[in-house]
Design a protein around this ligand. Structure first.
Ligand SMILES: *[C@@H]1O[C@H](CO)[C@@H](O)[C@H](O)[C@H]1NC(C)=O
Ligand SMILES: *[C@@H]1O[C@H](CO)[C@@H](O)[C@H](O)[C@H]1NC(C)=O
Ligand SMILES: *[C@@H]1O[C@H](CO)[C@@H](O)[C@H](O)[C@H]1NC(C)=O
Ligand SMILES: *[C@@H]1O[C@H](CO)[C@@H](O)[C@H](O)[C@H]1NC(C)=O
Ligand SMILES: *[C@@H]1O[C@H](CO)[C@@H](O)[C@H](O)[C@H]1NC(C)=O
Ligand SMILES: *[C@@H]1O[C@H](CO)[C@@H](O)[C@H](O)[C@H]1NC(C)=O
Ligand SMILES: *[C@@H]1O[C@H](CO)[C@@H](O)[C@H](O)[C@H]1NC(C)=O
Length: 531
C-alpha cells in the first residue's frame, strides 16, 4: 500500500498543479489501514502518507505509545502503536506549505469477558415450578458483537445481547422431570468474523436436582395398641415420588428412632420396621413417619397406646387332691379387666371369679381356663391362662376294662386285656399259682398252659386291689370224643337192628315149615319169601 507505488505520475502532476497555483498547498494526508480490530493490549503498525511533494512535516497524534519504524520515505512514515487498551482513533497529519490535513484510523479493541458465571441453582427444584437462570458477564468488548447464550446441556435456551457492564442475562425454565441431573451453563460468544474469529467462553456447569413430592401425607399402618415387651410392625408408604431413590424415610415412636427396611417401587416406597416397647414407654406415644425428598417433607402422625396386661392367674386350693376333696378354683386378673372362668363370666363383671368343686376321678387332668379382657384405647385385648387339676384315685380294676372270664379256642390268636385305673397309675400283675404271668397286651397263641385262674393285682401308692381272671381253653379233643361217641352209637344201633330183623325172619320160616310138616296142604313157597 505504498502510496508511491500505484501513483508513479502523481508527483509530476502535483508539481504541475503547484506551478499553476503556487501557495495553494492542497496536499492530502492518508492513513493505512483505516480500520483495525485488535486484541486489547495489542500493537498495530500504521502508515501515514502525504501527497505533498515539498519537504513537509508528517506525524501521528495519539495518546498511545508510538514508535517510528525506520527508515521511512520522503512522504510517508510508519509507526508501531502498542498497548492498545481501548478503542481509539490515532490521527495522521501533514503540513504542506501552510496547509495541514489529517486522516484518522479507527482502532477497535476486542477482549473476551473476564467473568462468565451462572448463578448457583437451588439444590432442589420442584417439578412444575419456574426456575430462573441468571448469567453474570463482566467485561468483554466490543459489546455490539457479544452475545450471551443460556444452555441446558448443549441445548440453547436463550440467546441475548450483552447490554450494560456488568451485565446479567436471565431465562426462565419450567422445570420438568427430564431436568433432573441436567447441567445448566451459560456461554458468551464474541463474534468478530470475518476480520477475526468467534470467541466462546463458557461458565462452569451447575447440575439441577428436581423432585416431585405429592401433597398427600404418607400412609401409616400400625397397631393402635401395643403391649409392653412385645413386638409390633409399622409400615409407612407413599406413592408418586420422583426420583424415588432419593427419598428418605424417618420413622420414630416417641423418642425411639426406628430402623426401617425400605423397599422402592417405580415411584413409591414402603418402609417397614418392627417396634418393641418396654414398660418405661407405657402410656400414649406419637408414631411419626416423614418422607423427605428434595428440601421438603410430608409426614403422618398416629397415636399408639402402650399397655401392660399380665395374663390372669388361675389358682386351685391345691393342684393335686384326693378324690372327694373340695377344691376352690379362682381366677384373678388386672384390676380393670373382666374375667370369664371356664366360659362363665364373673358375676358381677370384674377382675375375679371363683367356684367350688368336689374332685372326682373324671376331674383328673381337667383344665380350668380363665380368659381376661381389658379395654385399651377402645380396643379389647385378651389374655388366657389355664390350670390343670390332678385328682388322686384308685387303684381300680373293673369288669369293663379287665374282664374276669375269657373262653378261647385252643391254638387261636388272642390278646388278653386288663387295664387298671388310678392316679398315680397303678402297677398291674396277673399271676396264676403265684408265678405264671398272664401276657397282658400281647398277642399269644392260646395253649392249654394258659388256662387257669389268675389273680390280678393293681398297686399304687394309694393302695392295692385284686381281681380274679379266668381263662378257659376250648380243646379240639372234646370235639373228637363227641364225634367218636356219636359214630359208635350209630354203628351199634345199625348192627342191633340188622340182627333183630334177621332173627325174626328165621323164626317165621321155621314155623311155616313146621306147619307144612303137620299135614296142611302144600302151598307153593313163593309168597313165603319176602324180598
Ligand atoms: C475466554 O476464552 C478465551 C479463548 O476463547 C480464553 O483465552 C480466555 O481465557 C477465556 N476467558 C475466561 C474468563 O475464561
Ligand atoms: C425449598 O427450596 C425452594 C427453592 O430453593 C424454596 O423456595 C423453598 O422455600 C424451600 N422449601 C423448604 C421447605 O425449605
Ligand atoms: C412460568 O413462567 C412463564 C413465563 O416465563 C409463565 O407463563 C408461567 O405461568 C410460569 N409458570 C409457573 C408455574 O409459574
Ligand atoms: C452433568 O455433569 C456431571 C459432571 O459435572 C456429569 O457427571 C453428568 O453426567 C452431567 N449430566 C448430564 C445430563 O450430562
Ligand atoms: C460486530 O457487530 C456489528 C453490529 O452488529 C457489525 O456491524 C459488525 O460486522 C460485527 N463484527 C465486527 C468484527 O465488528
Ligand atoms: C399373678 O401372680 C403373680 C405372682 O404371684 C403376681 O405377681 C401377679 O401380680 C399376679 N397377677 C394378677 C393379675 O393378679
Ligand atoms: C365264666 O363264664 C362261664 C360261662 O361262660 C360261667 O359259667 C362262669 O361262671 C363265669 N365265671 C366268672 C368268674 O364270671
Amino acid at each position: 500500500m505504498a502510496p508511491s507505488g500505484p501513483w508513479p505520475a502523481l508527483p509530476a502532476l502535483l508539481v504541475l498543479l503547484r506551478a499553476l497555483f503556487p501557495g495553494l498547498g492542497n496536499a492530502e494526508t492518508s492513513v493505512s489501514p483505516t480500520k483495525v480490530i485488535l486484541p486489547r493490549g495489542g500493537s498495530v503498525v500504521v502508515k501515514c502518507s502525504t501527497s505533498c511533494d515539498q519537504h513537509t512535516l508528517l506525524g501521528i497524534e495519539t495518546p498511545l505509545p508510538k514508535k517510528e519504524l525506520l527508515p521511512g520515505g520522503n512522504n510517508w512514515k510508519m509507526y508501531e502503536l502498542s498497548n492498545v487498551q481501548e478503542d481509539s482513533q490515532p490521527m495522521c497529519y501533514s503540513n504542506c506549505g501552510d496547509r495541514q490535513s489529517t486522516a484518522k484510523t479507527f482502532l477497535t479493541v476486542y477482549w473476551t469477558p473476564e467473568l462468565v458465571e451462572l448463578a448457583p441453582l437451588p439444590s432442589w427444584q420442584p417439578v412444575g415450578k419456574n426456575l430462573t437462570l441468571r448469567c453474570q458477564v463482566e467485561g468483554g468488548a466490543p459489546r455490539a458483537n457479544l452475545t450471551v447464550v443460556l444452555l441446558r446441556g448443549e441445548e440453547e435456551l436463550s440467546r441475548q445481547p450483552a447490554v450494560g457492564e456488568p451485565t446479567e442475562v436471565t431465562a426462565t425454565v419450567l422445570v420438568s422431570r427430564d431436568d433432573h441431573g441436567a447441567n445448566f451453563s451459560c456461554r458468551t460468544e464474541l463474534d468478530l468474523r470475518p476480520q477475526a474469529e468467534l470467541f466462546k467462553n463458557t461458565s462452569a456447569p451447575h447440575q439441577l436436582q428436581t423432585f416431585v413430592l405429592p401433597a398427600t401425607p404418607p400412609q401409616l399402618v400400625s397397631p393402635q395398641v401395643l403391649e409392653v415387651d412385645t413386638q409390633g410392625t409399622v409400615v409407612c408408604s407413599l406413592d408418586g415420588l420422583f426420583p424415588v431413590s432419593e427419598a428418605q424415610v424417618y420413622l420414630a415412636l416417641g423418642d425411639q428412632r426406628l430402623d426401617p427396611t425400605v423397599t422402592y417401587g417405580v415411584d413409591s416406597l414402603s418402609a417397614k420396621a418392627s417396634v418393641s416397647v418396654t414398660a418405661e414407654e407405657e402410656g400414649t406415644q406419637q408414631l411419626l413417619c416423614a418422607v423427605i425428598l428434595g428440601n421438603q417433607s410430608q409426614e403422618t402422625r398416629q397415636t399408639v397406646t402402650i399397655y401392660s396386661f399380665p395374663a390372669p392367674n388361675v389358682t386351685l386350693t391345691e393342684p393335686e387332691v384326693s378324690e372327694g376333696t373340695e377344691v376352690i378354683v379362682k381366677c384373678e386378673a388386672h384390676p380393670r379387666a373382666k374375667v370369664t372362668l371356664n366360659g362363665v363370666p364373673a358375676q358381677p363383671p370384674g377382675p375375679t371369679a371363683q367356684f367350688l368343686l368336689k374332685a372326682t376321678p373324671e376331674d383328673n387332668g381337667r383344665s380350668f381356663s380363665c380368659s381376661a379382657t381389658l379395654e385399651v384405647a377402645g380396643q379389647l385385648v385378651h389374655k388366657n391362662q389355664n390350670q390343670e387339676l390332678r385328682v388322686l384315685y384308685g387303684p381300680r380294676l373293673d369288669e369293663r376294662d379287665c374282664p374276669g372270664n375269657w373262653t378261647w379256642p385252643e391254638n387261636s390268636q388272642q390278646t388278653p386285656v386288663c387295664q387298671a385305673w388310678g392316679n398315680p397309675l397303678p402297677e398291674l400283675k396277673c399271676l396264676k399259682d403265684g408265678t405264671f404271668p398272664l401276657p397282658i397286651g400281647e398277642s399269644v397263641t392260646v395253649t392249654r398252659d394258659l388256662e387257669g385262674t389268675y389273680l390280678c393285682r393293681a398297686r399304687s401308692t394309694r393302695g392295692e386291689v385284686t381281681r380274679e381272671v379266668t381263662v378257659n381253653v376250648l380243646s379240639p379233643r372234646y370235639g373228637i370224643v363227641i364225634i367218636t361217641v356219636v359214630a359208635a352209637a350209630a354203628i351199634l344201633g345199625t348192627a342191633g337192628l340188622t340182627t333183630y330183623f334177621y332173627n325174626r325172619q328165621r323164626k317165621i320160616r321155621k314155623y311155616r315149615l313146621q306147619q307144612a310138616q303137620k299135614g296142611t296142604p302144600m302151598k307153593p313157597n313163593t309168597q313165603a319169601t319176602p324180598p
